[in-house]
Every structure is written in C-alpha cells, then in structure tokens.
Design a protein around this ligand. Sequence first.
Ligand code: CTP
Ligand code: CA
Length: 228
Amino acid sequence: AALHSAERPLVGRHVIVTSGPTREPIDPARFLSNRSSGKQGHAIAAAAARAGAQVTLVSGPVEIADPPGVTVRHVETALEMLAAVEAALPADIFIGAAAVADWRIEPAPDKIKKQPGGAPPTLVLRENPDILALVARRESERPALVVGFAAETRDVIANAQEKLARKGCDLIVANDVSAASGVFGGDANEVRLVGADGVESWPRLDKSEVAARLVARLAERLGATAEP
Ligand code: CTP
Ligand code: CA
C-alpha cells in the first residue's frame, strides 16, 4: 500500500504498448512501411513504467532506444506484432500506439527482378489483422482499458468516434498528422481524447508530456474500476 502512492498509481498493473511502424516484406530486399517514429508510443511506455506499472512494449523497427524499465519485444511485421501482443496478455491496460501497416504482401522468396521492356510487377496486398480491435473484442483476457490512436489528416473527431465504435475500444487518442501538423517524427503532439463520454482537447505538448498526462488519465479510470 505504501508503494501504491499518488506518484506511482500503476503499481501492480501490467500495461502493454505497441509502438512504431510495422514493416511488411515485398521480397528479401524490399519492404512496405510508414513514417511512424515510435516517439509517442515509447514515451507512453516510459511514463507507464515511471508510474509503477510492469510494461511490455511491442515495437516495430524504430531508430530510438528502448525505454528504461520496460520489457521490449522487437518485431517487424503486423502478424509478428499481433503474436507478441497475444503472448504478453493478460494486461490491465492495452495502448495501441503503433502505426500498423494496413496491408501486407505475400513476399516473393527471391528478389524481384526487372523485366527489361516488360511490365512492372503488381503487388497484391492483403489486409492485416486489426490488433487493437482483436484485443478490444476478446472474450477472455480483455484488458480493463483498451486505448487506440487515430492518425487523421481530416475530420479528426468524427473519424476517431467512428474508430472508437468500430474497434470496440474505450478511448481513442486522436491526432492530426496532416503534413502541416509536423506530428510525424516530431517531438510535439496535439491530441484529443475521444471516449464514449465526450471529447477532451489538449494543447500542443511535448510527446513526453502527452504520455504523462495520458498515463495519469488511465490510472484515474482504472482506479475507478478495481484495485489490483
Ligand atoms: N491498428 C491496429 N492494427 C491494425 C491497424 C490499426 O492495431 N491493423 C490500431 C492502431 O495502432 C491505432 C488504431 O488501430 O491504435 C487506429 O489506427 P488507424 O491506422 O488510424 O486506423 P485504421 O483502422 O487502420 O483506419 P485508416 O488507416 O483507414 O484510417
Ligand atoms: Ca491504418
């Protein structure tokens, strides 16, 4: 009880965070990916650890260091990320901050060669599983709080509300990733917390400050449900 202080409200809790992009191979030399830096997801994992949680961070390929005090599972593809998340359950909180590639490709076993004078190859895309929705809709081991992100370039709140309902999660952290926002790869983020009970808009903050505030909000919500 002494450790379960106001500063460490997540003592005794397990938090799983996904972060970074996924990388979907095209052939042994090439891949499909996106611009996620992992900065926001990694900052959330670090903040949860500082709040006393046991943290499993499932990270795609990123250039930033593993946060201290966190168990990191390094993965490449969305299918590997899903398997690592499932292996890490059960958890009290799941936070899906990764920019999971929406599609994968049936990878070619050998490097695809140019056909001189011929047509370029056609990449056949298959939809990846939605890790957030699968966690949120689990019948067993559903975390008490399931939190998603919504990276939008327009209609941020409406799109976030649609994602909240479609995926069955408890909260969506929505942000504007339009080119003008500078969010992708940058150190600041301007987010809105979209829940069934309403929308909370935060000012533009450092990603570490967004992480600290989010962790504090989640601890409040969790505290309202059950003690560990
Ligand atoms: N997500 C996931 N698995 C996927 C796709 C998305 O877990 N295969 C999660 C992300 O980690 C994020 C949330 O779902 O927490 C929303 O991701 P986003 O890309 O904004 O939503 P999508 O449902 O993929 O819709 P779209 O890209 O078409 O906007
Ligand atoms: Ca997507």
